[in-house]
Design a protein around this ligand. Sequence first.
Ligand code: NAD
Length: 737
Amino acid sequence: MSYTNFKIETDADGIALVTWDMPEKSMNVLTQEVMAELDSIVDQTSGDPAVKGVVITSGKSSFSGGADLTMIKSMFAIQAEEKAKDPATAAQKLFDLAGRLSSLFRKLETSGKPWVSAINGTCMGGAFELSLACHGRVASNAKSVKIALPEVKVGIFPGAGGTQRVPRLTNTQDALQMMTTGSSLTASRAKALGLVHDVVDPDKLIDAAKGMIKNGLKPVQPWDEKGFKLPGGGIWTPASAQLWPAASAILRRETYGNYPGAIAILKSVYEGLQVPFDTGLRIEQRYFTEILQTTEAFSMIRSLFISMQELGKGARRPAGVPKTELKKVGVVGAGFMGASIAYVTAAAGIPVILIDRDMEAAGKGKAHSEGLVKDSIGKGRLTKDEGEALLSRITPSADYGDLKDADLVIEAVFEDRQVKKDVIEKVEAVIAEDTIFASNTSTLPITGLAKNSNRPDRFIGIHFFSPVEKMMLTEVILGKETGDRALAAALDYVAAIKKTPIVVNDTRGFYVNRCVFRYIHEAYDMLIEGVPPAMIENAAKMAGMPVGPLSLNDEVAIDLSQKILKATIADLGEKAVDPRHMAMIDKMVDEFDRRGRKNGKGFYEYPAKPAKKYLWPGLKELYPQKDADKIDVEVLKRRFLATIALEAARTMEEGIVTDPREADVGSILGFGFAPYTGGTLSYIDGMGANAFVELCEKLAEDYGHHFKPIPLLKDMAEKGDTFYGRFNPYGEAQKAA
Ligand code: NAD
């Protein structure tokens, strides 16, 4: 028999080598078709007496990324339609679908033939669950091999046997840790945990896998053998009595109960380990069905997987513009940001000219990369040769003439209109006619800066976030006259450095910072109301924000906030800023010299390491404090999420952000907006525009007019619209789910 996605070769020893290699895909994924073919392969191999055993591997550099989440997304749409017609049948259908992969894997492991998974590269999610159903697992020791069950990161959980097999192979604590964090294991760590049997050199992988079969590997899993004992000792043991209360407490501490998928892992393991394996699988299937119906699963899959991939692949790239070959990039300004931009560009294999006012400053910028490279070599992330090659791609210079053959120039000089004007003129005097000029400004509108350019159609904003090496997002900002070629080139560059772009129209603060300042300003309001500072920080984290607003403001620098507030007043008038905010920040900076982390004094105190930062006790003296027991923490949580989401909605109303995917992905990657919501607009869509408008109206009554719902939202509430329906990113042709 022949298959589209698999190739089967049976050797003289009767071992069938099944190579998974999907045509026209860079990575194998579990689709309906793959499942159907795998099902037939199990039938074929188990029914053929000549086949002694099966080795499954991949024909690609990675083993597989797991289940095709696009398939899961379409399942949501079908489910929603069917649920409206007949909820009971829809639930049964979903239950059957949710168990499809699991029963296929169970069929494979009870087929009577020994199966070995030869893990040649990254093996994620459903693909690792497939491997777990094999009787043997051998992994290559190549650096690229990563093994993980990362489903929790997109709101679901390992629902194809993962929650039952992992804790039957390794101790419960490690099993829970692996699945609730979704973190990756190296091959050797997986072996130490008992999750793979052997780790070998890449060229010995298939032989080692076949060797297991030749050595008499039994086609029976340990849990199907009589007398099987759980490696963790089972639920009713003294060790478990210690572990389980701590496990749920830790999960609560890390996630504040915001991730139903993570909670389901605990339940599935706890309940599943008390019953026979097949019953355990059924328990898992029930929880999986339940989780698939949560708003969190739907929104997280959409934003954190589908949309992120679509944006990364250039969803917003103008059609018909040829790909920009970036043979050389210029970075002007080798300071904090410029030095890092040079590093990520060189790390992507692109030669960089790094310019500053003199050679000393330019050299200092390159030294940043030297430090990072040294660190990476020390940690084994780069070889010495790779590190040297990376550094050789960065040429420090004080001569603008060196930019003459650059394809793209990014400026990251002081945030000063005049300095930027000089730089734009100097750069444009030397670069070629079609070179694109990008500014990394964080506050100056691009259209205004482009007035200094004699080619505004090739002028654009590429706004990086700090730390550049870590932050996955870049905001690409269109000035009024920015043309398609500049946009395409900027997106090609962002793709080359492997970051996710969002494309935003020009406005003060662009998208991300507008939202971030709403978050911080809500905390200012709370401080002024007398909410205890620790409660402000904790409520934000309970709402799902990774960093409390006061801590974030310390990182950004409080004097920078002061500068921005003053500039806003200067540009837009006194009314544009809450005078209480201005007074508080003036006090913090001018009276107490509390500028943030950078001077060791902000909303927090920063004692010498290893001591941890703590909230500045003087903060409580600034405003009369309320009794914490009389403050509803749920209201504080809602205020944070609502004020940010409302700002995101304003950017849509104003046409600053035009695609809901960008608002959502930008909010999660840019400032960690409660990822379980799927992002700012999914948060609104998730509760419905009507409920959101009601929430905002109530908050406006109690906490100020900045919560007043905007006309767009009121209209959406009236019509029952969602952002993804009204601003359908896929156009008319395809209804957004
Ligand atoms: P910085 O002060 O650390 O670096 C600026 C660099 O520009 C300095 O090395 C300076 O010597 C150099 N420079 C000044 N005038 C120059 C000239 N005429 N020619 C060549 N080099 C010149 O500042 P930074 O924090 O890196 O910020 C740079 C830009 O990036 C600003 O526009 C800022 O708004 C923006 N930005 C900053 C952040 C951040 O977190 N710091 C984030 C996003 C964007």
